[in-house]
Design a protein around this ligand. Structure first.
Ligand SMILES: Cc1cc2nc3c(=O)[nH]c(=O)nc-3n(C[C@H](O)[C@H](O)[C@H](O)COP(=O)(O)O)c2cc1C
Length: 369
C-alpha cells in the first residue's frame, strides 16, 4: 500500500520539483523518520527485507545486507536512524569537510532522465566536522543504530592541496568514535584539485596522517574516480595497501560525457560538455564495474570493495558483486526509483543466490572477477 502511495503520489511530485528542492523534501522526510521510533517501525515494516543469506561480516562489522546508501545523500548525517528502516544494510554519510562550507552556487544538481543519470556539482556543501560531530553524537546517544555507519571525509575548499592531510586528519579526529568505517574521498570532481590527491605522494600523506590518529583501528577506505587510467588505479591501490587501507570504494561520479545521449542541459541551454560536474547513474555503470574487477584481480580478491555506480536493479547489483564488490551502494537509482528499489534489489539478490546454488552473498563475491 505504501509502495502505491509512493509510486503514484510522492514519486511524480518529487520528480516534478527542482532536483535540489526535491532532495531537501526527501531528506526532511527521512530526518523525521529517523527521529521517531513509531515512524521507524512503520517504515521498516513496509521497506525492510531480511534474509540471513544476505548477511556478511567485514572488518569485524556485521552488515545485515550488502545494499548501502552512497555518500552525498545525507551529507550532514541528519537522518542516520532512517536508513536501516528503509531497508539499507549500511549508510555512508558526508562528504564532511573540516570547515563548514556552502558548496557551489545553485543550480548545481540536474536530472538527465533520458540517460537515467544525474549531473551534480554540489561542491561538498556541509555543516563541517565539528558541528556534525556534536549533532551526530547526540543522535547516536539517543538511539544507537542497528546497521553500520560509514563517514566520508573530504578536503575543505579553502585548504590548500598541500595541507589536505591536516584537513582530513582533523575531521577524522572529531568523528572517529562515531563511525564504523571511514572513507577518504579523493575523487569528487567538484572541489578544485581534489582528484590530484589520488597521486601517490599526496594520498600517502593523507593516509599516514589519518592512521596516526586511528587509535581504535577503524577501517579506512579510499574512494576512487572512474576516470583514472587502469595503471593509475593499480598505483592508488598499491599506495592504499602500503598504508593499511581496509578497502576501496569504486567509484565516484565521472567527468566523462561520452556515454550521454543528452547533449544540451535544458535548464541552462548549454552543451553538457561545457557544464561542470560529475555524472552518476547508468552511463557510469560499466566503467565502475570495470574498476571493481580491476581492483579485485590486482589484489586477488584480498581487499574488500564497495561497488557503486549506476545500480538500479538486482541485475546491476549482481554484476558489481560478481565482479568483486562485497558491498554495493546506490544514489541515482534512489532518485529515479525511490526507496522501494532497496527491498526489490535485496529480493532479487536472494533469488539469484537460489538460482546459482549459493548459500550466502559472500560466495557470490568475485565469481566473475
Ligand atoms: C547529488 C550527488 C551528490 C553526491 N555527493 C557525494 C559526496 O558528497 N561524496 C561522495 O563521495 N560521493 C558523492 N556522490 C557520488 C555517489 O556517492 C556515488 O559514488 C555516485 O553517484 C555513483 O553512484 P550512483 O550511480 O548510484 O549515483 C554524489 C552523487 C550525487 C548524485
Amino acid at each position: 500500500m505504501l509502495h502505491q502511495v509512493y509510486q503514484f503520489g510522492l514519486r511524480p511530485l518529487l520528480l516534478s520539483l527542482d532536483p535540489e528542492l526535491s532532495h531537501q523534501v526527501a531528506i526532511e522526510f527521512c530526518r523525521r523518520i529517523s527521529n521517531s521510533s513509531s515512524l521507524r517501525s512503520i517504515v521498516h515494516k513496509f521497506c525492510a527485507y531480511e534474509d540471513p543469506r544476505l548477511h556478511q561480516k567485514l572488518w569485524g562489522i556485521d552488515f545485515p545486507n550488502p545494499v548501502g546508501l552512497a555518500a552525498g545523500f545525507d551529507k550532514d548525517a541528519i537522518a542516520v536512524g532512517a536508513w536501516s528502516s528503509l531497508g539499507f544494510g549500511f549508510a555512508e554519510v558526508g562528504t564532511i569537510t573540516a570547515q563548514p562550507q556552502p558548496g557551489n552556487p545553485k543550480p548545481r544538481l540536474f536530472r538527465l532522465p533520458n540517460d537515467r543519470a544525474v549531473l551534480n556539482r554540489m561542491g561538498f556543501n556541509n555543516h563541517g566536522a565539528e558541528a556534525i560531530s556534536i549533532e551526530l553524537k547526540a543522535d547516536l546517544d539517543r538511539h544507537p543504530l542497528s546497521s553500520p555507519l560509514g563517514i566520508n571525509l573530504g578536503k575543505s575548499k579553502i585548504t590548500p592541496l598541500e595541507d589536505a592531510w591536516k584537513d582530513y586528519a582533523s575531521s577524522f579526529k572529531l568523528l572517529r568514535e562515531l563511525g564504523d568505517y571511514f572513507v577518504v574521498n579523493v575523487s569528487s570532481p567538484n572541489t578544485p584539485g581534489l582528484r590530484d590527491l589520488q597521486n601517490t605522494q599526496q594520498l600517502a600523506a593523507i593516509l599516514a596522517a589519518i592512521q596516526t590518529e586511528n587509535i581504535e583501528h577503524k577501517p579506512i577506505l579510499v574512494k576512487i574516480a572512474p576516470d583514472l587510467h587502469n595503471d593509475d588505479v593499480i598505483q592508488v591501490v598499491n599506495t592504499c595497501i602500503s598504508h593499511q587501507v581496509a578497502g576501496m570504494i569504486a567509484t565516484n561520479t565521472t567527468i566523462s560525457r561520452d556515454r550521454l545521449t543528452t547533449k544540451i542541459l535544458p535548464v541552462t541551454g548549454n552543451p553538457l560538455s561545457e557544464e561542470a560536474g560529475g555524472i552518476s547513474g547508468k552511463p557510469l555503470s560499466n566503467r565502475s564495474t570495470e574498476v571493481i574487477r580491476l581492483i579485485w584481480q590486482a589484489t586477488n580478491g584480498k581487499l574488500p570493495i564497495i561497488g557503486v555506480g549506476g545500480i538500479f536493479s538486482a541485475d546491476d547489483a549482481w554484476d558489481k558483486i560478481t565482479a568483486g564488490a562485497s558491498l554495493i551502494q546506490i544514489y541515482t537509482g534512489l532518485i529515479y526509483q525511490g526507496p522501494f528499489v532497496v527491498p526489490q534489489i535485496l529480493k532479487g539478490l536472494v533469488q539469484k543466490l537460489d538460482r546459482h546454488g549459493l548459500n550466502d552473498i559472500s560466495q557470490a563475491v568475485g565469481i566473475k572477477g
